[in-house]
Design a protein around this ligand. Structure first.
Ligand SMILES: O=P(O)(O)O[C@H]1O[C@H](CO)[C@@H](O)[C@H]1O
Ligand SMILES: [Mn+2]
Ligand SMILES: [Mn+2]
Length: 407
C-alpha cells in the first residue's frame, strides 16, 4: 500500500528565511525562541522546564532547526538517534500566509501578489462596504480595521450583540474576516454573509485570498470565545496541486482533517472531517489513517499552534501544545505501514515572542518518516514545493512545475 500522511503544524517555523528582512521578520524563530524561553524558565505556565520533544527530535526536528539557523534550539538533544529524513525549507511564494504556504507544499507556489487591506484604520474601501451592506441587508458594520481577532471581540462584541452589526476586520494577511455572535446573529446567517462577501471580493477584482467566518459565543466582554465553527472561503489554487493530480491521475483519495479542505477551496479533496482542538484533530487523524486505502493522502492541519498560541503570542501555550503533540506522535507513527510515508511540516512561522500578532517569514521543518525512508539530512530546500514534488514522485504522478524530489 502507498499512502502519504501529511501533518501541518500551522505556523511552526524554525528560523527566519533569507528574505525575512523584507517582511520585518529578520531574527524571528518560532521554535528557537520558544525553546529559549522554556530553557530560561520563562514558559512555566501549565507546563514546566526545557522544551521536551523527544519524538520530534528523533524525527530530526532539532537538526532541521540547525540547518536553518546554525544552532540546535536551547535544551534540545543534539545527539538523539535519528529515525527520520529531515530538512529545512524556504518559501518561494510572495506571501507568508496560510494558503500560500499550503499550496506551495502541494507543489503550487503563489508567485503573484495577493491584494491586501493595508490601512490599519478604515481598512476597507467604502464601495466594498456599501455593496456588502446593501446586498446582505445589514444594519451597518463595526470594526473596519486591523486587529487581533480576540482583542476585537472584547472591544466590539457587546455592541455587535446590541445592534446586529457584523464586525469586519483584517490583518497583514490577505483576508476579510467577519466576526458574529452564534446566538444573536446566527452561524448560518454569518456563513451566508461570508458567501456574499466572497462573491463581491472575487468579482470586484480585489484579489483577496480568504473571507473567514469567525463565530463566537459568550455573554459579555472578557467572556467571548471563538468556536470551532470558523469557516474559510479561499479562492482556488492557480494550477493543479499534487492533491488534484492524485485524484485525477490515479483515482486516489485525499482525506482532509481540519481546515485543509477550506484552504484548498475543496479542490482535490475527496472527503473531509472536521474537529476542534489539538487532541480532537489528532484523534480524527488516527481514525482516518486506520482506514485510508491505497493511493491516498490523509492531510491534517493543526490550527491551534497558529490561532490559539502563535497569534496570541502565548509562548507557554505553544510549548505545551508542542509537547502534547510530541507525546501523541508515537500513536501516529505506529500506523505508518510498509509502503507509507509520514511528513510533518508547517506553512509559515508565527513566533510568539515577536512584536505584533502576525505571521513571521520563516523556514519550515520537513520531517519524513517511513519504513522505506532513509534517515538523515536532506539539507536546506529552496521551496516548500519540494514536498509536493516528493509526493508526486512517490505516487508516480506527472511532475509538478516546481520543487525537487527529496527521496
Ligand atoms: O487574530 P486572528 O483573528 O486569529 O487572525 C489570524 O487569523 C487570520 C487567518 O490566518 C489572520 O488574519 C490572522 O491574523
Ligand atoms: Mn497558517
Ligand atoms: Mn495565522
Amino acid at each position: 500500500m502507498k499512502r502519504a500522511f501529511i501533518m501541518v503544524l500551522d505556523s511552526f517555523g524554525i528560523g527566519a528565511s533569507k528574505d525575512a528582512e523584507k517582511f520585518g521578520d529578520a531574527g524571528s524563530d518560532t521554535l528557537g525562541h520558544i525553546a529559549q524561553a522554556c530553557y530560561d524558565g520563562k514558559a512555566d505556565q501549565g507546563r514546566q522546564g526545557p522544551l521536551h520533544l523527544p519524538n520530534l527530535t528523533a524525527l530530526g526536528l532539532a537538526k532541521a532547526a540547525e540547518i536553518s539557523t546554525g544552532k540546535i534550539p536551547a535544551g534540545m538533544d543534539a545527539d538523539a538517534t535519528i529515525l527520520g529524513a529531515y530538512a529545512s525549507a524556504a518559501e518561494l511564494s510572495s506571501g507568508k500566509d496560510t494558503p500560500s504556504g499550503h499550496w506551495e507544499i502541494a507543489g503550487v507556489p503563489v508567485l503573484f501578489d495577493w491584494g491586501y487591506f493595508s490601512e490599519t484604520e478604515n481598512s476597507f474601501p467604502q464601495e466594498l462596504l456599501d455593496t456588502l451592506v446593501e446586498q446582505a441587508g445589514l444594519p451597518g458594520y463595526l470594526g473596519n480595521c486591523h486587529s487581533s481577532g480576540t482583542v476585537i471581540l472584547d472591544k466590539l462584541g457587546e455592541e455587535h450583540m446590541r445592534t446586529g452589526k457584523p464586525i469586519f476586520y483584517t490583518s497583514a494577511d490577505s483576508v476579510f474576516q467577519i466576526a458574529c455572535h452564534e446566538e444573536t446573529f446566527g452561524v448560518d446567517r454569518l456563513y451566508e454573509l461570508c458567501e456574499i462577501a466572497r462573491k463581491i471580493l472575487t468579482e470586484g477584482g480585489y484579489n483577496i485570498g480568504r473571507v473567514i467566518a469567525r463565530p463566537f459565543i459568550g455573554a459579555k466582554a472578557g467572556e467571548f470565545v471563538r468556536t470551532g465553527n470558523r469557516h474559510d472561503l479561499a479562492v482556488e489554487p492557480p494550477s493543479a496541486t499534487m492533491l488534484q493530480k492524485l485524484v485525477e491521475e490515479k483515482g486516489g483519495e485525499v482525506i482532509s482533517v481540519g481546515k485543509i479542505a477550506d484552504i484548498y477551496a475543496q479542490q482535490g479533496i475527496t472527503r473531509k472531517v472536521k474537529a476542534t482542538g489539538l487532541d480532537a484533530l489528532f484523534d480524527a487523524t488516527l481514525a482516518e489513517m486506520k482506514q485510508a486505502p491505497d493511493n491516498s493522502i490523509v492531510f491534517t492541519n493543526f490550527v491551534d499552534f497558529d490561532s490559539s498560541w502563535g497569534h496570541r503570542r502565548d509562548v507557554a501555550g505553544y510549548a505545551g501544545g508542542l509537547e502534547l503533540f510530541d507525546r501523541r506522535l508515537p500513536e501516529l507513527m505506529a500506523l505508518v505501514g510498509e509502503g507509507d510515508i509520514l511528513i510533518l511540516t508547517a506553512d509559515h512561522g508565527c513566533d510568539p515572542t515577536w512584536s505584533g500578532t502576525d505571521h513571521t517569514r520563516e523556514h519550515i521543518p520537513v520531517l519524513i518518516y517511513g519504513p522505506q525512508v532513509k534517515p538523515g539530512p536532506l539539507g536546506q530546500r529552496e521551496t516548500f514545493a519540494d514536498i509536493g514534488q516528493t509526493i508526486a514522485t512517490y505516487f508516480g504522478l506527472s511532475a509538478m512545475d516546481y520543487g525537487r524530489n527529496m527521496l
